[in-house]
Design a protein around this ligand. Structure first.
Ligand code: GLP
Length: 249
């Protein structure tokens, strides 16, 4: 596991965007696993900047988002968020941008369909944020490491943290479809990003603590190709900083 500590959020977002751009430059038909949440917003902004600057085409890229809320208003969905932050700004082809359908009448079937879609070609590069309780995707504490795509009940802490994304007229959902920890671990390469002092404790637990199901992100310690990109505040509680490298060394 490589830990990269950056001076600022901007620098960290740039570092993460460079990894995504490099993947697409290397393989124009890359299969990218994408995340949502406030952490990835500056990263997508930078992917758009760099993509335009360097004339990188995303036409042949296939994307798979980690998760989608169940029964959410269209404008609050992760589909709408992804269109707004990323897809509409570059030449992504809409049929290649996959997000679970949280409006499906048969959520179990939808979870199975989504898992099969991912496994049909795998994921080359998976981008992840981390919840304050250690969740990745919507795999909340206690989720078995062996789970594939499933319907997840959102933890109270997650609902509280994500309420800010919902206008007062809409209601924060209680469930989501999420790819599982097993699905995440099947990606060839993973980039995890965390910013801010409120993530410092969980970052230390996840990447220097024991690998336990109560801290879902800790499973990433078992993956052979993980890069953790942090700003200084999110790295604040790591004990073994000497093992870490700075992006601009
Ligand atoms: C959200 C998403 C995760 C995200 C995490 C962190 O609920 N389902 O994929 O990485 O929680 O969110 P944020 O970046 O807003 O802190």
């Amino acid at each position: 596991m490589k830990i990269v500590i950056c001076e600022s959020v901007d620098e960290a977002a740039h570092a993460a965007a460079e990894v995504i751009i490099a993947q697409v430059a290397k393989n124009s038909a890359s299969r990218l696993g994408l995340a949502t949440g406030s952490t990835v917003e500056p990263i997508y902004k930078e992917v758009v900047n760099l993509g335009r600057l360097r004339n990188i085409s995303f036409r042949a890229v296939t994307t798979f988002n980690l998760d989608e809320y169940v029964s959410v208003a269209k404008e609050d969905s992760y589909r709408a968020t992804m269109e707004k932050l990323l897809f509409s700004h570059l030449d992504f082809v809409s049929k290649n941008t996959n997000i679970p359908n949280g409006a499906s009448h048969n959520l179990l079937e939808e979870a199975g369909r989504y898992e099969r879609l991912i496994q049909a070609g795998g994921i080359d590069l998976q981008l992840l944020g981390i919840g304050r309780n250690g969740h990745i995707g919507f795999n909340e504490p206690g989720t078995p490491f062996e789970r594939s795509t499933h319907v997840a009940k959102l933890a109270k802490a997650t609902r509280e943290a994500n309420t800010k994304f919902f206008g007062h007229s809409s209601v924060m959902p209680r469930e989501a479809i999420t790819i599982g920890l097993k699905t995440i671990m099947s990606a060839l390469e993973i980039v995890v990003v965390a910013f801010g002092s409120e993530k410092a404790s969980i970052v230390a637990q996840a990447f220097e603590g024991q690998v336990v199901e109560d801290v879902p992100a800790s499973v990433l310690q078992r993956h052979p190709r993980v890069t953790v990109i942090l700003d200084r505040s999110a790295a604040g509680e790591l004990q073994h900083i000497s093992r870490s490298v700075s992006f601009r060394a």
